[in-house]
Design a protein around this ligand. Structure first.
Ligand SMILES: Cc1ncc(COP(=O)(O)O)c(C=O)c1O
Length: 382
């Protein structure tokens, strides 16, 4: 199989598996226990936190472990949204191209907690104009949340510019960096963000563990209450093995980041050129240059992506039509419609995302196979 769905998830690096192993069967203590076994688990957890903090260029106390990227986004929006609502600020500014973890949480805050949500429009490439974010700010703005790298179209937003606007106005700024973990800088000082969400399974770590960075001094209500874990911001016995795995995976991914980005960008550009040369009905979605290195997203006009995906699967290629959550449900992508594509065009969305194990031969194979598949599928519709 040629796996071209790295934006959905990645295989766990064997070095990550090895680092996690002892924390299930030998060092299985509860980090809150006072005896040696517990203290060793607590030490491993704090070591993982420090290692992640080093990559993020922040203090370990600013790193909260969560169960996934979705939970990190939930904690950011709900934690800030509710803390700010208590002070009378109820406006959340975001974009229509966020992951549902942000969009649905903002909608829930509006429905049940009296918040108002402003969605700042994006351009044809899926990017928001920082000036438009600035114009949307009102005295009651509680939070600004903008996705760093888009999961469906790979567009990389001008996060530092938007963060600076938020900082000048004293508004907390959150970025969903789940797709950025393997390829972009996560230096929260350079980015200037107050909150940043990550998920380990997007960079060769395990599924089911994430992080939320929260800048010191940012008022955050816990989304989950119980014990005093994670400095009272996220109750629940910590998943030590997964925290260790996430730290190792993040270090490995960030160490390879520069070389892997160059290699993948070359494969991506070859794939884009090859597909467009042979399939005139293909349009590249997202920004032509401001895009994740391994990310190819296309609309195949006049074809249904679901059929193409099944045919690709039969040819040994795993791909998707957009976000992992959306694939399988044949509704047009909210990201593509927000970018100005019609619902019908959006049904032809194809996403091919490259990663560590992909080679030139994989790319050439897809370039060779795809035109005939598209021709067949267009025939089905026509
Ligand atoms: C941009 C973005 N945010 C959040 C998530 C959710 O992360 P998780 O699968 O860890 O809940 C994803 C997963 O696809 C994503 O791509």
């Amino acid at each position: 199989m040629i796996y071209l769905d790295h934006s959905a998830t990645t295989a766990v690096d064997p070095r990550v598996v090895a680092a996690m192993q002892p924390y299930w069967t030998e060092q299985y203590g509860n980090p809150s226990s006072i005896y040696g076994l517990g203290r060793r688990a607590a030490a491993a957890l704090e070591d993982a936190r420090s290692r992640i903090a080093r990559v993020l260029n922040c203090q370990p106390a600013e790193v909260i472990f969560t169960s996934c990227g979705t939970e990190s986004d939930n904690l950011a929006l709900r934690g800030i949204g509710l803390a700010q609502a208590a002070c009378g600020r109820r406006r959340i500014i975001t974009t229509p191209v966020e992951h549902h973890a942000v969009l649905h949480t903002a909608a829930e805050l509006a429905e049940h907690h009296g918040c108002q949500v402003t969605h700042v429009a994006v351009d044809r490439h899926g990017l928001v104009d920082p000036a438009a974010v600035s114009e949307a700010i009102r005295p009651d703005t509680a939070l600004i949340s903008v996705i760093y790298a888009n999961n469906e179209v790979g567009a990389v937003a001008p996060i530092a510019e938007i963060a600076e606007i938020a900082r000048q106005q004293g508004i907390p700024f959150h970025t969903d960096a789940v797709q950025a973990g393997a390829y972009l800088s996560l230096d929260v000082q350079r980015l200037g963000v107050d909150l940043l969400a990550l998920s380990a399974h997007k960079f060769y770590g395990p599924k089911g563990v994430g992080v939320l960075y929260v800048r010191r001094g940012t008022r955050l209500f816990p989304a989950q209450t119980g014990g005093s874990q994670e400095r009272n911001r996220r109750a629940g016995t910590e998943n030590v093995a997964y925290a260790v795995g996430m730290a190792v995976a993040l270090e490995l991914a960030q160490a390879d980041r520069a070389t892997e980005a160059v290699r993948l960008a070359a494969l991506r550009d070859r794939l884009i050129r090859g597909v467009r040369a042979n399939i005139p009905e293909a349009t590249l979605t997202g920004h032509p240059t401001r895009r994740l290195p391994g990310h190819v997203s296309l609309i195949i006009h006049g074809a249904e992506a679901q059929g193409i995906l099944i045919a690709l699967d039969l040819a040994g290629v795993a791909a998707s039509s957009g976000s992992a959550c959306a694939s399988g449900s044949p509704t047009p992508s909210h990201v593509l419609t927000a970018m100005g594509f019609s619902p019908q065009e959006a049904m032809g969305a194809l996403r091919l995302t490259l990663g560590r194990e992909n080679t030139e031969a994989d790319v050439e194979y897809v370039i060779e196979k795809l035109p005939a598949i598209v021709k067949r599928m267009r025939g089905v519709i026509g």
